[in-house]
Ligand binder design. Structure first.
Ligand code: FPP
Length: 246
């Protein structure tokens, strides 16, 4: 039986986060420039977004560009920014067709102006859609996010708007860029690397982790279904015992 048929429709993860890794290696293995891998990676983004919408996943968060990625060679950074801009412009009709709402997390102000503008336009255009919420992490790092949240809380305490003893998990979550969404149920990382790489460190506390050797450009629908089926076989205890869960 294929993985699609094994999916239990009543146990679909609400929020799936993905570290899309391996574009460069995929290209290099074929003697191609790294950008070919990123372009192929966009095709995977298209496929996985459609599948996620079809499965009824509520939130799909994709790590597209980390704070650390700004340190890549300038030509690659520039080419990635152009690819993102072109993709967003080109994919907006598909997002509309699939009732997908787009948003971003990260320090968008570091992006070139045309990229900021394209994203804002697509976010506004898709804002009334009620299906899958597609969240693109751009110029994002979890440590940056935690520092931002800490600074805001400290200054609210200094202004006397909140009391130090009121700072708790719920409050910290409300200061994160993900405040409007549930924590990821499932984190997928492609390309065989076994790291979190500064992604959603606060939010992943109880997420199920799924690592695959598959490189992002070759991550297919069936690979995605495999990850979901694997997730559905996990027992999520959140620190409790098996008996308590059952
Ligand atoms: C990791 O591969 C991938 C990235 C840094 C960029 C991901 C971007 C895309 C898939 C394109 C656009 C995305 C959207 C949401 C439109 P890598 O370069 O680190 O690969 P490597 O580890 O093999 O070098």
């Amino acid at each position: 039986m294929n993985y699609k048929d094994q999916i239990q429709k009543n146990r679909i993860p609400r929020h799936v986060a993905i570290i899309m890794d391996g574009n460069g290696r995929w290209a290099r293995r074929q003697g191609l420039a790294r950008m070919f891998g990123h372009r192929q990676g966009v095709k995977t983004v298209h496929t996985i977004t459609e599948v996620a919408a079809e499965l009824g996943i509520e939130y799909l968060t994709l790590y597209a560009f980390s704070t650390e990625n700004w340190n890549r060679p300038k030509e690659e950074v520039d080419a990635l920014m152009s690819l993102l801009v072109d993709t967003i412009a080109k994919e907006t009709p598909t997002l509309m067709k699939n009732n997908v709402r787009l948003s971003t997390i990260g320090d968008i102000t570091r992006l070139p102006e045309n990229a900021q503008h394209k994203f804002q336009t697509c976010i506004a255009e898709t804002s009334q859609n009620t299906g899958l919420h597609l969240v693109i992490a751009l110029s994002y790092s979890a440590r940056w996010e935690i520092i931002q949240a800490t600074q805001e809380i400290v200054s609210a305490v200094q202004r006397g708007e909140i009391l130090l003893e009121d700072v708790n998990e719920e409050m910290l979550s409300s200061y994160m860029t993900t405040s409007q969404m549930p924590d990821p149920d499932l984190l997928i990382r492609t390309s065989g690397e076994l790291r979190i790489s500064n992604f959603l460190l606060w939010q992943l506390a109880y997420s199920e982790l799924y690592f695959t050797e598959c490189l992002w450009p070759e991550f297919t629908e069936e690979e995605f279904y495999h990850a979901i089926v694997d997730y559905q076989h996990r027992e999520r205890r959140f620190g409790k015992t098996s008996e308590q869960i059952r």
